[in-house]
Design a protein around this ligand. Structure first.
Ligand code: ATP
Length: 360
């Protein structure tokens, strides 16, 4: 059913203030073209500016408002540039904090070649489903504090966490998504070394495969996957894996398909979803008006698709699909940003996508 969504808008750092407004404009245009009500946007502080003004990169006031939102757009964060006092405070990096607080357990990261963009490979279309709340990301693994410890200045210990519940839900999600794609799931694991942790992954995948007899399950070691992804990326459909492996492989896949700036990403939980591009804050090009907004726009399209599915809202689903099609059409017409060989700035590219969405 058509409904009015309340969405947070968090600019973040680096190129965030350029790409997030671009994605917001395209979202507004797509919903209007689909005959859906306008979004009720809520601007909220996150990142370096929030740290300076509120003393936290993700202030409690931001999370309180997000709790009442249907979802949000989040820019990247450049926590490497935050003052030493921030690290000493023990606050998680903003993306990790939001994933943790809202239990955004599935990170969906598609990578596909698009006409008009010279990828490093001729053809690929895969979806990485990354477990988003535990695994080797120690800062997500504790209710309080981080799973990194330093008993002496020369000894660091890191806790990896693999719970059956977290593995099961993300594996099930991967199989459900594969049903609507090419019905092929690849589990990336390291059970030859970490028998217990990845034993859980293998067991849960085998159980899901029994529930989805039409979906082919393949298992590949993480190191072998790095090579296979470069050699034959077109042979993968849905790839499911733990947090750090998924983060690494999605950067590789994004770059193979074209460039990092092209990769959309949705962080989804049971009640909320966060659209945040797979790339980082790109401080080297920030403020110059040249950032590629495709990754952030594609993330917004995924958020609309998620809202459409969750609420049975066909108009939101149509709007999400229209954004993706409009990006394809604009790139195919030769309009692109510099990172993928074009000459358009962020604004010119965004104008072209907004106008394309409006003409559909
Ligand atoms: P962070 O520390 O936040 O991860 P980073 O610059 O180290 O930032 P990324 O931002 O992920 O890492 O990307 C590395 C490089 O890729 C950037 O320095 C930039 O040159 C390029 N890049 C990434 N995203 C984009 C984009 N949207 N548009 C254009 N170039 C991009």
């Amino acid at each position: 059913m058509t409904r009015t969504y309340r969405l947070g808008c968090l600019l973040g750092d680096g190129i965030g203030p350029e790409i997030v407004p671009a994605a917001r404009r395209v979202t507004d245009a797509a919903l209007a073209a689909a005959g859906a009500p306008a979004v009720e946007w809520v601007d909220l502080p996150m990142g370096a500016a929030a740290l300076a003004e509120h003393g936290a990169a993700v202030p409690a006031s931001t999370t309180a408002v997000l709790r009442e939102c249907d979802g949000w757009l989040a820019g990247p964060h450049d926590n490497e540039s935050y003052p030493p006092s921030w690290r000493a405070s023990g606050e998680r990096a903003p993306g990790g904090e939001l994933r943790h607080v809202f239990d955004l357990w599935a990170n969906l990261r598609p990578s596909r070649t698009r006409q008009g963009v010279a990828g490093r490979v001729p053809q690929m279309d895969l979806l990485i489903v990354r477990e988003n709340t535990e695994g080797f990301y120690a800062d997500r693994n504790m209710a309080v504090g981080s799973g990194e410890f330093m008993p002496t200045p020369d000894l660091a210990l890191v806790v990896g966490v693999f719970s059956r519940e977290a593995v099961r839900r993300v594996v099930r999600q991967a199989f459900a998504l594969a049903e609507a794609r090419r019905r092929h799931v690849t589990l990336v694991h390291k059970a030859n070394v970490l028998h217990l942790a990845f034993g859980i992954w293998l067991e849960e995948c085998a159980a899901a495969a029994r529930e989805h007899p039409g979906v082919r399950l393949e298992t590949v070691l993480f190191d072998a996957m790095a090579a296979r992804l470069v050699r034959s990326p077109e042979s993968f459909d849905v790839v499911v894996t733990e947090n750090l492996f998924g983060d690494t492989l999605s950067d590789l896949a994004g770059e193979l398909a074209g460039a990092l700036g092209m990769s959309g990403s949705l962080n989804a939980g049971d009640r909320h979803a966060m659209a945040q591009a797979a790339h980082g804050s790109a401080p080297d090009i920030a403020g110059r008006g040249v950032a590629n907004p495709v990754g952030m726009m594609a993330s917004s399209a995924m958020l609309l698709a998620w809202l459409g599915e969750r609420h049975g809202d066909a108009a939101a689903g149509r709007a999400g699909a229209a954004i993706d099609e409009a990006i394809d059409a604009v790139l195919a017409a030769g309009v692109a940003t510099g990172d993928v060989g074009g000459s358009a700035g962020t604004e010119e590219f965004t104008d072209a996508v907004v106008s394309e969405v409006g003409s559909r």
